[in-house]
Write a protein that binds this ligand. Structure first.
Ligand code: AMP
Length: 311
């Protein structure tokens, strides 16, 4: 029997996102549109934190994926997107696509329907689509703003991975450090720092997503985002429409977090937003040893090297 693409009714009804991801993943796997990247997971214990390092099981597969991603200089995998990867429309301005080469299960891309540059400022429409995703899925939204922050595609895409990311009893490795400060400072948008982290960043508590009107929350998060960009000096206060310096943004149902970036990799290990919640992806097992053996503070040293010092 020929496969029928289930995405024909593509507008996402409230509460249907997770089911649609599962349904579309089955279809896309069967027809070859989805090409998961196999990895092996190792946990590195650092005090109470267990960092996750995924090692690619099949380097050729990933290299093939990379080659295909960059067919030509102007190749844009999201315009047009592959309809076999379409999960549905999140809003008038954003679609939800499966990540074609996913290392994390049910990894979603939240992509603008019209072209916008990846490093341009996030808009209320971007946050509205992201919050729509978080209403249905208790997940982590992330945004790699610019190549130095880990972005590989120039068309604007936020990403959503369901939580938990790890099997160690927390939602993600650094959760204990965030949970230790959030309850003490639950005042909305108050600027917080995680004292264990040796680099510049800003964390903000948000009101509970499921109990807050979504358009009010969208404006609040957008406002907090602009405030963080300015206080981290990623944009100047006199030119708020300029392209910001590179940064990673992470957003959950509870908080918003921005981290300025200096470079995309250290010792050939590339780090994107997921590195900052404690999840690394490396190409070969020697790189895992590089993280553990060469550095007494292990993963934190790598994060510090690709982030920026406090000024
Ligand atoms: P980033 O590398 O963070 O910019 O995220 C872009 C993601 O797009 C990568 O994780 C790729 O796996 C994914 N990707 C590349 N080509 C396609 C495609 N044709 N359709 C969907 N996802 C893709």
């Amino acid at each position: 029997m020929p496969l029928t693409n289930p995405n024909e009714l593509s507008y996402l009804e409230p509460g249907m996102l997770y089911q649609r991801i599962i349904e579309q993943s089955q279809y896309a796997l069967a027809c070859g549109a989805l090409q998961p990247i196999e990895t092996e997971s190792t946990y590195l214990k650092f005090g109470e934190i267990q960092f996750l390092v995924r090692v690619l099981a099949n380097l050729e597969r990933k290299d093939h994926a990379k080659k295909n991603q960059g067919k030509t200089k102007d190749f844009n995998p999201f315009l047009p997107y592959d309809p076999d990867l379409l999960v549905g429309q999140l809003s008038e301005t954003h679609v939800a696509l499966l990540n074609k080469y996913n290392a994390v299960e049910n990894h979603l891309l939240i992509v603008t329907r019209a072209f916008e540059a990846q490093e341009s400022l996030l808009t209320p429409a971007d946050f509205s689509a992201a919050i729509r995703g978080l209403e249905d899925i208790d997940g982590l939204i992330f945004y790699n703003s610019g190549k130095a922050a880990g972005a590989s595609q120039r068309h604007k895409h936020l990403q959503l991975v369901p939580l938990p990311l790890v099997t160690t009893g927390v939602k993600f490795p650094l959760e204990p450090w965030i949970n230790a400060i959030l309850p003490l400072h639950s005042q909305q948008l108050q600027s917080l720092t995680i004292r264990e982290l040796p680099f510049c960043h800003q964390l903000m508590a948000l009101p509970p997503l499921l109990k807050t009107d979504s358009s009010g929350l969208t404006s609040l998060v957008h406002h907090g985002y602009l405030q963080a960009l300015q206080s981290l000096k990623l944009i100047g206060s006199d030119s708020p429409t300029a392209i910001p310096k590179p940064y990673n943004l992470l957003l959950t149902r509870e908080w918003l977090w921005l981290i300025p970036r200096s470079q995309k990799s250290y010792q050939d290990i590339e780090i994107n937003s997921l590195g900052f919640v404690g999840a690394f992806l490396v190409r070969k097992s020697q790189q895992l040893e590089q993280i553990t053996h060469n550095h007494p503070r292990g993963p934190l040293t790598f994060l510090k090297k690709v982030a920026c010092p406090w000024s």
